[in-house]
Design a protein around this ligand. Structure first.
Ligand SMILES: *Cc1c(COP(=O)(O)O)cnc(C)c1O
Length: 426
């Protein structure tokens, strides 16, 4: 014991960096990079062209589509390639809103969606649509009964994120899908964080539309997928050529479509064992941090949570300064989602689960991945108490607390009873 922060900083310079931000993006797997290279080299034709080079590229595209469909247990004609997860979310939501506005102009979502959904909803409000933003409980769960009660005769779409990108909470998607089905309302789910991490089967989950993104499952940035139930008509987002069954103009990114398909195949090959392995590491991390650092709580659900997600609040200090010190000790982490970390407002997700802004400011998201090993967790558990102790020493709030002028919001022993479940609750 009695290791100093300075000593660890010097040691860190000789050690490999540890990447704990897989919810922001992942490093493409070598097999995936290989696929990209070979498609770029050997299948450069335009899939719409009527000669051999075109046909060869079209075959790669359709094989990729079929493999993705197979992994999701859906039909190839239900799979549409997009430029990213954000485009898939925009297309699903605006596409339904614009196609169905004759039936009604009311949509339902939750307060803890990704900005790709929330800002799309806000854009529709400016066009005159009405949006209900459902509350979630303190673990981040949407109540299917609340969805049922929010549905009105003019409701045209419900959109609920499958697994939250900040706190990892996995929603009861099938139950919500059943509620929508009973009410004959379309259901979309942003499953970007779920794909490749937990089983995702849109038909079983009763989803009409589902969004995915390549770079969250070890494929490159700049490729996404929209699952759209067969027969469902929505408006186009991208006008142009006849690509993607005339529903999404733009020459297809064949190499990245193949990359996403490959990454998904690889993920499926080891889905259960990898989910179990990461859940075990995650729970070691959660238990270790809560035990070693006083006035710390776990955010999100203790059971229904992504195998790779841990999100903590450390009282009396700021998330940004935690990131900075952890960076100097060799760690890449996040204090919210990468999209919000540029602003100093507390995350809408943490506020959405009812957290006071003071505590939300001191939050840290650690998202582990395929490369994470026990020794990475061991190293982190040595460093995190040093970082938090150092920041609290400089914190006027902590000083007030120690002098008895301020009471704490998170008790010294931690705010959540951490159950080690060895499961991701599905
Ligand atoms: C990353 C992410 C997106 C956006 O995907 P991009 O491909 O980066 O546009 C949407 N939703 C969730 C939940 C995400 O984590």
């Amino acid at each position: 014991m009695d290791i100093s922060f300075e000593q660890r900083m010097q040691e860190a310079a000789q050690l490999p960096r540890i990447y704990f931000d897989h919810a922001a993006t992942t490093a493409p797997r070598p097999e995936v990079i290989q696929v990209v290279m070979s498609v770029l080299q050997d299948f450069y034709g335009n899939p719409s062209s009527f000669y051999k080079e075109g046909h060869k590229a079209a075959r790669i595209l359709e094989e990729s589509r079929a493999l993705i469909a197979n992994g999701l247990h859906v039909l190839p004609e239900e799979i549409f390639f997009t430029s990213c997860g954000t485009e898939a979310d925009n297309w699903a939501i605006k596409g339904v809103a614009h196609a169905r506005q004759g039936k009604g102009r009311h949509l339902i979502t939750s307060k803890i969606e990704h900005h790709a959904v929330l800002h799309t909803m806000e854009a529709l409000e400016k066009e005159g649509f009405e949006v209900t933003y459902l509350d979630v409980d303190e673990t981040g769960l949407v109540d299917p009964e609340a969805v049922r009660q929010a549905i009105r005769p003019d409701t045209i779409l419900v959109s609920i994120i499958m697994a939250n990108n900040e706190i990892g909470t996995i929603q009861p998607i099938q139950e919500i899908g059943q509620v929508c089905d009973d009410a004959h309302v379309l259901f979309h789910s942003d499953a970007v964080q779920a794909l490749g991490a937990v089983p995702v089967h849109p038909h079983d989950l009763k989803c009409d539309l589902m969004s995915f993104s390549g770079h969250k499952l070890y494929a490159p940035k700049g490729i996404g997928v929209l699952y759209k139930r067969k027969g469902l008509r929505i408006e186009r987002l991208m006008d142009g050529g006849a690509q993607e069954r005339r529903q999404r103009g733009g020459t297809e990114n064949v190499a990245y479509a193949a990359a996403l398909s490959k990454a998904f195949q690889l993920a499926l090959e080891t889905l259960d064992e990898e989910a179990q392995r990461q859940t075990r590491l995650r729970d070691r991390l959660i238990k270790g941090v809560i035990e070693r650092v006083p006035h710390t709580k776990l955010n999100g659900h203790s059971v229904r949570r992504l195998p790779n997600n841990a999100n903590f609040s450390f009282e009396f200090i700021e998330g940004e300064s935690i990131l900075l010190l952890l960076d100097t000790l060799g760690y890449a982490c996040s204090s919210g989602s990468a999209c919000t970390s540029a602003s100093l407002d507390p995350s809408h997700v943490l506020l959405g689960i009812g957290m006071p802004a003071e505590i939300a400011h001191g939050s840290l998201r650690l998202s582990i991945g395929r490369e994470t090993m026990d020794q990475d967790i061991d190293r982190f558990l040595v460093d995190i108490p040093l970082v938090i102790h150092r920041l609290r020493e400089m914190s006027p709030l902590y000083d007030d607390y120690v002098k008895g002028k301020l009471s704490c919001l998170i008790p010294p022993e931690g705010g959540i009873d951490v159950k080690i479940t060895g499961s991701y609750g599905l």
